[in-house]
Ligand binder design. Structure first.
Ligand code: C5P
Length: 380
């Protein structure tokens, strides 16, 4: 029964995964710029909004939307049920006995989101983007450690190329502030890290530690969430899982972030101190991003999700060049080509399929496929 349902889900929804990946490319391109500006741009009367309030609001918005989608799913499978029966079914599915399994990822994602704010407040956008891409590698490492996934040498090569290509686009592209040669040399020699530790710009060490920790947590949490969702997709919908995730995230976001960490400041200045349109745009983009990430993880897989995030850097680079006429450097264009080559290599055999990005079935070796998706039929 589980096998049939999984098969149905998998065959019905591949396009959902593809659309989510495309949306993620767009969302990711916008988020880092907007978020960086919201944390570092000019403020009114010197008051900057508190990251903890934004983290809480993002979770509340995601909870609301996930509830709507979960209700829609239940309505679809029980078309003749009354509203109160649907509410009962929803409550039962959200507070099912296994809902506690979402407590850990909820706590970790809340921590990750707070770390991302800390990192972006203390680092320039380029350093943040390059370093955060380490989540590509941490995701694969946790897949190997926790799920027994095995990666072919060709896929390893593609992951290294991907990381290298992303770094090159970032440091050599128009978004890099210094001369790209200086920056690349610093990056290769490790001077960027040394600089941060030896003669740190205010908060640089904090920013680097925050982004490195966020990359590690991202890898661990998304692997855990993917396994959890896919193991139970036949019986628990993705949106129910997301309601559970956001619900449990509210507690650390409220008690640890808002009350414990920033309680005094909020009591003094108010919850919405420093809020202006760019802050609301950041919050909306993050909430939408979280929902898109959920669909990506469930229907396309984590590695595909990370490939999409990397592709967004190439898209930003190309779009800035086309729209604003910023010069394209040879090195950054080479980096963009390297990202595309890495995607081709990872994807393997064919570029003629509907998705350019690797699907969840392609991303694991046969051994891991057996472990995680025992019930799926061969992909072709
Ligand atoms: O950078 P990364 O891809 O790990 O980001 C994951 C983001 O997506 C986090 O902000 C997390 O809160 C959000 N997310 C979500 N719902 C999920 C999975 C992740 O909102 N089911």
């Amino acid at each position: 029964m589980l096998g049939n349902a999984m098969r149905q889900v998998d065959l019905r929804r591949p396009e959902a995964g593809n659309w989510a990946l495309i949306l993620l490319v767009v969302q990711n391109s916008a988020l880092v710029m907007v978020m960086h500006h919201s944390r570092n741009g000019p403020t009114e009367q010197g008051t900057r909004y508190l990251a903890s309030t934004a983290v809480l609001l993002v979770e509340a918005i995601k909870l609301l939307f996930s509830l709507v989608f979960a209700t829609y799913d239940i309505r679809k499978s029980h078309p003749s049920s009354s509203a109160s029966h649907i509410a009962t079914l929803l409550r039962r599915s959200v507070f099912a006995p296994d809902s506690w399994k979402l407590i850990l990822p909820a706590a970790l994602y809340t921590l990750q989101n707070s770390l991302v704010y800390a990192a972006i407040s203390n680092l320039d956008a380029v350093t943040f983007q390059v370093t955060y891409q380490l989540k590509i590698l941490t995701t694969v490492l946790f897949s190997i450690l926790l799920l027994g996934t095995s990666i072919s040498s060709r896929q390893w090569l593609s992951l290294v190329l991907l990381t290298f290509g992303v770094a090159l686009v970032q440091v050599a592209g128009p978004l890099g502030s210094e001369s790209w040669k200086d920056r690349l040399t610093s990056l290769i020699q490790g001077d960027l890290l040394l600089e941060a530790f030896e003669a740190p710009a205010p908060g640089a060490v904090k920013g680097l530690l925050a982004v490195l920790s966020a990359a590690v947590i991202s890898g661990l949490t998304c692997v855990y969430f993917e396994k959890l969702v896919k193991d139970s997709l036949a019986t628990v919908s993705l949106w129910t899982r997301n309601v559970q995730l956001s619900f449990f995230s509210l507690f650390p976001a409220l008690f640890v972030g808002v009350l414990w960490q920033d309680g005094a400041a909020i009591a003094r200045d108010g919850f919405f101190a420093g809020y202006k349109p760019i802050v609301w745009i950041t919050i909306a983009l993050q909430a939408i991003g979280g929902l898109i990430v959920a669909v990506c993880i469930a229907y396309a897989g984590n590695v595909a999700k990370n490939f999409a995030a990397s592709l967004s850097i190439v898209v930003s680079y190309t779009a800035t060049a086309i729209l604003f006429g910023t010069p394209m450097t040879l090195a950054a264009t080479g980096g963009a080509a390297t990202v595309l080559l890495a995607m081709y290599l990872y994807h393997g055999r064919s570029m003629s399929r509907t998705s350019l990005l690797p699907t969840s079935k392609e991303r694991v070796s046969e051994k891991a496929s057996k472990a995680i998706f025992q019930v799926l039929p061969p992909s072709r």
